[in-house]
Structures are given as C-alpha cells and as structure tokens.
Design a protein around this ligand. Structure first.
Ligand SMILES: [Zn+2]
Ligand SMILES: [Zn+2]
Length: 341
C-alpha cells in the first residue's frame, strides 16, 4: 500500500500514510480563549454546569481545559500537560500539549490557550446570600426540669451531619440557625437533608417527629415546597427506668418506631411505640440505678445490701438470672429493690 497524498509505501490509514493521516485530521481541539468562572465568595470554579470547590488556579485551568477539549471519536488515551504564565491576575496563557492515540498511532498536538478568569457568584453563594431554605428542622427538648442535655446532643448530631452532607454536596448548607424557646430551628438549603436528619434524630433519641409542608414560591419552574420537621426529644434515654402502669421497665433501646423495654417485675422483653407512651414515671439511670453488694444468695433469692440504707434486703431471683462479681445492678422503686438484667 502507498499513501495517496505523498506516495510513501507502507501501512496506510484511510489511504494515507501515518504522517499524512495525522497531519490531515483534526483529532483534538481547544478554543483559543477559555473563560473560567470563579465564585467571588468561595473561589469555587465552574466546570460545565458544576461548581467545584477549593482548587488552585493550576487545577482550575486543568479542569477547564479538560472540559473544553474536543476529541474525535477515534481518539483514545489522551493526556493533557500545560505550562501556565500569568499576564495579570485575571489573564493567563496556557501552552498545552495533548498526547493521544488514534487507532495504533501515538500523536501529539500543541495549543496556545488564553485563559480569562471571570468573577461570578456560584449557585450556593447566591442562595446563601438570599437566605434560601427548603426545610426547617425544629428540635425541641424535653421539659427543662428533666435536666437532660439531650437537646445539646441532638443539636450537635444534627450540625455534624449537616457538615458531612455539605462536604459531599456543596448545595447543602445552613441558611439560618435560631435558638428558640425550648430548642433550636435549623434552616436548611435542602429538604431531603432535613428529612434524613429528622429521621436520624428520631432513631437516635426515640424522638417523635412531625412534618408539614408549605408552598413558598417557585424554583426552577416548579413550585417550591418548604418542609418543616418538628423533632420532639423525649425525656428518657436508654438505660432509664420507665414505670408504666405501676410496673418498672428498663429502656433497652430506642428507635423511631419502638422502644424496647424490659419488664423488671415479670422479667421479660416488651416494646411500645414512642407515640403511645403517654403516662409514665421516669427513674433516670444516673440517679436511680446503683450497684448493690451481694451478701449471700441461693437458687431462690439474693440477699443484697441496700446501697442507700445499708440494710440487708431479700430479692427474689428471677428465672435464669445470673451475675458476675460480688455486686449487682439494681433500681430502687416504690415496690422495692429490683434487679436489672
Ligand atoms: Zn503520506
Ligand atoms: Zn461560591
């Protein structure tokens, strides 16, 4: 075979020798001038429709060149190298070398691209400046006299989740944070983030949640629905004793849907949904659960030293009860000292 262009003999590509084939084709191209939008607030760079966070000028130019590079279908394995010179803080020159492969040929093209940096405002900063929000998480604590700092734990959990989400998706941010009577209001840029945080708080603390929607204008041509997620934190926590209908129960776990309890009188597991628990007396673990010294024991009973009065008391041994060491965990209730599993 010989080249129809220059007559050279050897392998041909569409009738051309490799040299003529590569010289004739426009396999890769870059624009002579490339505008790069940078956010004046957060210095994110716009690549196509996306805003990318915290990149150097070098990196921004690399991403923008990669995005602007046009390739013929036959091109594979491109690599992009460039030298950047600054004309002034807004204008740079990039001397670019693109190495690539077409069929079994390796080739290289050089481009000189003028880079212009433009100041813009990214979508997030624009929304942030406008106090944009799609949801409100209202965290409300238990009655103040319960003395629980569960409200602070819930707030900390919510904030750390939001910052994790924001690190993955830059459009998730807090647009407003307000301390309210009995809790906090967190205004969030995303309603799905609000929903998942409310759900997590419900699961973690056994909180009751309620959601409500309101229509607030338009967003991208569709009506913008704003969600409010009310998260009501309970007074109880895992390890506390709930006296329900006169029977003390140990709270073993909490979730959105159920509280797993252990009936300390009848010595078995039971459960209840948080919404159905209305009337109960709370014996907090940190005040009421104590270690008691085992004075003696047999198959039917344990003789314990009451940790408060130091009196010796007999406690029935529940079926299957065993313990290690010479102390056991007990709770003092108005029906006497009860063993904890
Ligand atoms: Zn040729
Ligand atoms: Zn920005």
């Amino acid at each position: 075979m010989f080249c129809v262009e220059c007559g050279q003999e050897g392998e041909t590509y569409d009738g051309l020798c490799s040299k003529c084939f590569l010289a004739k084709g426009r396999f890769v191209s870059l624009p002579a001038i490339l505008d790069i939008n940078l956010c004046g607030e957060c210095f994110a760079v716009q690549i196509g429709n996306k805003w990318v966070d915290s990149v150097s000028i070098e990196e921004a130019v690399r991403l923008a060149l990669g995005n602007a590079l046009q390739k013929d279908r036959q091109v594979a394995e491109t690599s992009l190298k460039f030298d950047l010179t600054e004309n002034d803080p807004r204008n740079y020159k990039a001397e670019v070398v693109i190495d690539f492969r077409v069929r079994d040929l390796l080739a290289s093209e050089r481009f000189s691209v003028g880079i212009r940096l433009k100041k813009e405002t990214c979508k997030r900063c624009g929304r942030r400046a406008g106090h944009y929000y799609e949801s409100i998480i209202q965290i409300r604590g238990p009655r103040p006299k319960s003395g629980r700092d569960v409200l602070e734990s819930a707030r900390a959990l919510a904030l750390s989740r939001i910052s994790e989400m924001g690190a993955k998706n830059r459009n998730i941010f807090i647009s407003k944070f307000e301390e309210q009577h009995g809790g906090y209001d967190i205004y969030l840029s995303s309603s799905s983030a609000g929903k998942s945080i409310a759900k997590e708080l419900a699961k973690e603390f056994g909180a009751l949640t309620k959601s409500s929607a309101s229509v607030a204008g338009m967003k991208d041509g569709a009506s913008l629905k704003r969600m409010t997620y009310l998260v009501r934190l309970p007074e109880y926590a895992v390890g506390d004793i709930l006296v329900i209908g006169g029977d003390p129960h140990l709270l073993r776990s909490v979730s959105e849907k159920q509280l797993v309890l252990f009936d300390l009188v009848h010595w078995h597991d039971t459960s209840i949904s948080p919404g159905r628990l209305s009337d109960f007396e709370l014996l907090r673990a940190d005040k009421h659960v104590k270690d008691a010294l085992v004075v003696s024991e047999n198959e039917a009973e344990l003789q314990l030293m009451d940790p408060e009065t130091m009196d010796t008391v007999d406690v029935m041994r529940p079926a299957g009860y065993s313990h290690q060491g010479n102390t056991v965990r007990v709770v003092k209730t108005n029906i006497g000292l009860l063993l904890l599993p």
